[in-house]
Design a protein around this ligand. Structure first.
Ligand SMILES: Cc1ncc(COP(=O)(O)O)c(C=O)c1O
Length: 349
């Protein structure tokens, strides 16, 4: 009962949903054609045999992912969303252990640390430009067992300097270093290949964002073969991803044109929206390497959220983040939606 009481103190994961609204609060890829995914899904359903465990489908997706990432299959482990892999990694780290991360970052990670009884030390980013003081970070991380960094970071949207992360990796060889690359397809660089150099590095990736498959729940981790093998055969459950999701992921990764086109459109729209919002004096918009923009709304916070709601746009609101104040995070959607956003902001000038 004591445990239940403790768990009830863990912050709830909010999943807001209003069906007739533009949902720009969860960083999904809403630019990707829905019909394309529906056709792929129907096709996949016809091909699979639900009576069987998905052995061949697993093999096929590992092969496709290996080609896509240019990394050996033995370095890959699939999971039911990267959320599920995060839970297993935290189980591996263990109750009572210490973990160093940053603030602000992916809120789910923080609440899962609470659930797993892991002591989280959060190093504040600069609210001026989201930079990280890596010297301070390394000093703190020396006292920890593990590290979690999001690259690009959610919600701030920025990638840290590659040299900074490499510095952290090469200094902290005894810590498990988890780099969450959920948004990396929209960013400048990936650290995937460094998993072969640093046996303590785990990269998390997902089909939920750029690939447009948040509903299919597929994530994966990349690590050196020894760690990946241990994780795959002793920690992960044998069939964490179902046949339908596997078959859909195989089809999407085999037909990359539409996904690539949507990524390029989102990047262009992100730059356009960033440039236009930067002209508005009452807010501060941060440069982004992801498929969303993080905006400091200052005194206009409530007015902006209300105006967006009136336009049927839902964004992720962050009340009074330490040193940042009131902020919102907006997923980059289609040109049409972005123009709507812009006109809302132009009206609050
Ligand atoms: C940084 C980060 N990691 C992981 C996830 C979860 O991804 P998945 O859908 O694969 O569980 C998210 C989703 O918002 C995220 O922002």
């Amino acid at each position: 009962m004591k445990e239940m009481k403790k768990i009830s103190m863990v912050e709830k994961y909010a999943t807001p949903s209003k069906s007739n609204y533009f949902k720009l609060d969860a960083n999904e890829n809403l630019v990707l054609d829905k019909k394309f995914l529906t056709n792929i899904s129907l096709d996949s359903l016809e091909k699979i045999d639900l009576r069987k465990y998905p052995i061949e489908l697993y093999e096929k997706l590992y092969k496709k992912l290996s080609d896509y990432l240019m990394i050996g299959e033995k370095s890959l482990v699939l999971g039911s969303g990267s959320d599920q892999i995060i839970d297993l990694l935290l189980t591996l780290i263990g109750r009572g252990r210490r973990l160093t991360s940053i603030y602000p970052t992916f809120s789910y990670f923080k609440t899962r640390c609470q659930l797993h009884g892991i002591l989280l030390s959060e190093m504040m980013l600069s609210s001026f430009d989201n930079t990280l003081d890596s010297k301070k970070f390394i000093e703190d991380a020396k006292k920890s067992h593990a590290i979690y960094l999001c690259s690009p970071n959610n919600p701030t949207g920025n990638q840290f300097e590659r040299s900074q992360i490499l510095d952290i990796l090469s200094t902290l060889k005894n810590n498990l270093v988890i780099i969450d690359e959920a948004y990396v397809e929209f960013a400048k660089y990936s650290l995937t290949r460094y998993t072969q150099e640093f046996p303590n590095l785990v990269i998390l990736r997902t089909f939920s964002k750029a690939m447009g498959l948040a509903g299919a729940r597929i994530g994966y981790m990349i690590a050196n073969e020894e760690l990946a093998e241990l994780f795959k055969n002793r920690i992960q459950s044998p069939y964490a991803v179902n046949s339908i999701s596997l078959a859909i992921a195989i089809s999407v990764i085999s037909n990359p044109d539409k996904v690539e086109k949507s990524i390029s459109l989102i990047r262009d729209e992100r730059e356009k929206l960033y440039q236009n919002l930067s002209k508005i004096k009452k807010i501060d918009v941060y440069k982004s390497d992801a498929n969303f923009l993080f905006i400091k709304c200052n005194e206009e916070y409530n007015r902006i959220i209300e105006a967006l709601e009136n336009t049927k746009i839902i964004v992720k609101a962050f009340d009074n983040i330490e040193s940042y104040g009131n902020c919102i995070r907006i997923t980059i959607g289609t040109k049409k939606i972005n123009n709507k956003i812009l006109s809302v902001f132009n009206n609050i000038q």
